[in-house]
Design a protein around this ligand. Structure first.
Ligand code: GLV
Ligand code: MN
Ligand code: MN
Length: 437
């Protein structure tokens, strides 16, 4: 440990150890490795457990007070001069099955790096600083996404979350027990005084305009629906077209229609000069019996709709529901709908957004204020404390793909912005105001 820094003005020159951050990112990525350089650590699998164990070991190495709550969220706290709520950072280390190296991991390991930098320079903050990783941010195995942070802020009852059944039939509570991460800290957890999360953009905007830092203004609304279609399986050669009850046809028609909804809303947005863009994705589609010469008797598909404008998102949902009813009647199939996730658009706290933008500018980076297209734990924390996010560019805007890449200089730049944002927030009085009344 070097001499303690006592002069606050010296803090402005403090920088993270970029090599240490990159080394940790590489090491975590070796757990659940997949072809192409990414990772597969679906929530609460053995790989997730191994990733958790590694990060928890790093937290202990740093002398943090580590707690695990009843939904498996892990929080490591470094004390401040005064007790009370911490300034919190963090993200997630679970991945989709085709995950990259940085989605979530960057935010957690940059948080550790911030704390190690404070430690190495003997810097005492006024308030405690916490780094957290939240359970099942991705929602790819257990819906909804952001499950752990949603429970942390009291948005979903613990008992309900523990009963969630995954796409493989596993149950959250059982899996938490199995991997040893059903902790004892209560849910909901204590509200931090502020939350700021570093994340890769996962979209093309920053790279396309050559900007290094995104000061994230909020997160678009998310609507996930699962449709289970029941028709009648029959012989593909002998069944006349007009006599079919083809679940595969209905599923395919819904997928095409979902894209049409986005196209129609976006054409209107362009005509109106509105920035609100609709996206629509059918990411899962299972047919049964899934054979070349059998009309599909049943189909399950998911529809992911997102928009920064809540009214437009509702319009998209209503359009989808009307289409499903029409095509189901036409084809003579039954459709059961299940909402897997539904979160309204979230606005971050202007004060935190300003801190991120000002710090990035002071560090000499180009900055853009922008909404997030992806869901993040920060959107849940925004319910209980002043919250913001830092984005760094994603090469070719690719994410949820092992090819996900961010330039090492940008990863380190993001961690430096996170460090300085946390130090700045540490010096602010932050009364709670709600940007999402
Ligand atoms: C979560 O990563 C999401 O935006 O789907
Ligand atoms: Mn993420
Ligand atoms: Mn993700």
């Amino acid at each position: 440990m070097t001499d303690p820094v006592t002069d606050r003005s010296e803090l402005a020159g403090l920088r993270v150890d970029g090599d240490r951050l990159l080394r940790r990112l590489d090491e975590l990525a070796t757990i659940g490795p997949i072809d192409g350089g990414g990772s597969c650590r679906l929530a609460l699998t053995d790989e997730d457990r191994d990733g958790r164990d590694l990060v928890v070991a790093w937290m202990h190495d740093l002398g943090l007070d580590v707690t695990v709550d009843a939904i498996g969220n892990v929080v490591g706290v470094r004390p401040g001069r005064t007790d009370g709520s911490p300034t919190m950072t963090g993200s997630h280390i679970d991945t989709v099955a085709t995950g990259g190296r940085y989605d979530g991991n960057l935010g957690v390991l940059a948080g550790l790096e911030v704390i190690e930098t404070l430690e190495a320079h003997g810097i005492e903050t006024e308030h405690p600083v916490a780094v957290a990783f939240f359970t099942d941010e991705e929602g790819a195995r257990f819906p909804p996404d952001m499950l752990g942070s949603l429970v942390y802020v009291g948005g979903l009852a613990l008992e309900e979350a523990l009963d969630v059944v995954g796409i493989d039939g596993a149950v959250v509570g059982d899996e938490l027990d199995r991997i040893g991460y059903r902790g004892t800290s209560p849910c909901p957890g204590p509200a931090p005084r502020a939350f700021v999360e570093l994340h890769v953009e996962q979209g093309p905007v920053l790279e396309a305009e050559g900007t290094t830092v995104g000061a994230v203004t909020g997160v678009q609304g998310i609507s996930w629906t699962e449709l289970s279609i029941t028709g009648q399986s029959n012989h593909a050669g002998t069944t006349p077209m007009e006599l079919r009850h083809d679940a595969g046809h209905v599923a395919a028609a819904v997928a095409v229609h979902a894209r049409g909804i986005a196209a129609r809303l976006n054409e209107r947005a362009v005509a109106d000069g509105s920035p609100d863009r609709q996206v629509a994705t059918v990411g899962r589609l299972d047919l049964h019996p899934d054979l070349v010469n059998v009309v599909a008797g049943s189909a399950t598909l998911t529809v992911d709709l997102r928009n920064t404008d809540e009214d437009l998102l509702r319009e998209a949902e209503a359009d989808l529901a009307a289409f499903v009813a029409t095509i189901a009647a036409e084809e003579g199939v039954e459709v059961a709908e299940r909402t897997l996730a539904r979160f309204e658009p979230v606005a971050f706290d202007d004060r935190v957004v300003d801190v991120v933008a000002d710090v990035a500018t002071r560090l000499g980076h180009t900055v853009r204020r922008m909404p997030s297209g992806a869901g993040h734990d920060a959107q849940m924390l925004a319910r209980v404390c002043p919250t913001g996010m830092v984005f760094v560019p994603s090469r070719d805007g690719i994410s949820h793909n092992p090819a996900e890449h961010t330039d090492p200089d940008d990863l380190v730049a993001g961690a430096d912005v996170l460090l300085q944002a946390i130090l700045t927030l540490d010096g602010l009085t932050l009364d709670r105001t709600d940007p999402n009344p």
